[in-house]
Design a protein around this ligand. Structure first.
Ligand code: FMN
Length: 227
């Protein structure tokens, strides 16, 4: 009999098991389980414990209506953001961005020249990759970078919670392009800023999209020690 994992080993396993999941089974996720995952994530730290985060979950008819409307609106160029999308990457950051897209489209078998096919696949973002649920993450509108960091810590803890419970999820800035459709549909107050969504559900392990594996920089590039 193998010895049980200690907490540190469990943590490494959960953190390394998480990756973006972009295809799901039809199996719904129990609301009780969602509550456990979100409540656990609320243990995430925040500046002065301000907890500047909100989550708005859509399933059922609300989700289906969005799934129908969002791709159409995006295709028509009907876009609105609460926070400018100014992610233009150079150097090593550009290389990593390319590598991440390559990993996904290689898994899907869509080469770079097939721009129309790649664009068509990108639209799946607005169908929530057929997930049975999506969570939208917001924070108070007047808040800035500091509080956005808090929201990120909270969201990563949510994603680790999903992984630990055998679920998959995909964080999506793409959903932040559609604030004018999503916020009214979920009655999200206008004084909240929608930054991204997170499609979630039970992973379809056979789907090509879920075979994409991204890599990471070496430890030396990221971490320095001084003593
Ligand atoms: C804030 C944020 C926004 C993201 N937006 C998208 C998105 O709009 N669509 C998408 O397919 N993936 C999106 N991703 C997923 C990243 O591409 C992915 O995390 C990265 O390539 C690393 O891969 P991994 O999550 O599988 O480890 C996003 C990730 C984060 C953290």
């Amino acid at each position: 009999m193998t010895s049980p994992l200690n907490l540190g080993e469990h943590f490494i396993e959960v953190a390394k098991a998480r990756r973006s999941i972009r295809a799901f089974t039809d199996q719904p996720v129990a609301t009780e389980l969602l509550k456990i995952i979100f409540e656990t994530a609320m243990q995430a730290p925040s500046n002065c414990n301000t907890q500047p985060w909100y989550v708005h979950v859509a399933t059922g008819a609300t989700l289906e209506a969005l799934r129908e409307e969002l791709p159409r609106r995006f295709m028509a160029g009907d876009i609105a953001v609460d926070h400018p999308y100014d992610g233009k990457y150079d150097g090593v950051f550009r290389d990593r961005q390319y590598a991440s897209a390559k990993a996904l489209y290689d898994a899907l078998g869509i080469p770079r020249e097939q721009k129309t096919e790649r664009q068509a696949w990108f639209l799946n973002n607005f169908r929530f990759f057929d997930a049975p649920g999506v969570a939208f993450f917001t924070m108070p509108k007047d808040f800035g970078l500091r509080e956005a960091c808090d929201l990120g810590m909270f969201t990563q803890t949510v994603m680790l919670g999903f992984s630990a419970h055998g679920l998959g999820s995909c964080p999506q800035t793409a959903l932040g392009f559609m604030t004018h459709v999503i916020k009214p549909a979920l009655n999200i107050p206008d004084d909240q800023m929608l930054l991204f969504g997170l499609s979630f559900g039970y992973p379809d392990t056979a789907a090509a999209a879920n075979l994409a594996m991204t890599d990471r920089a070496s430890l030396d590039e990221i971490v320095s020690f001084s003593s």
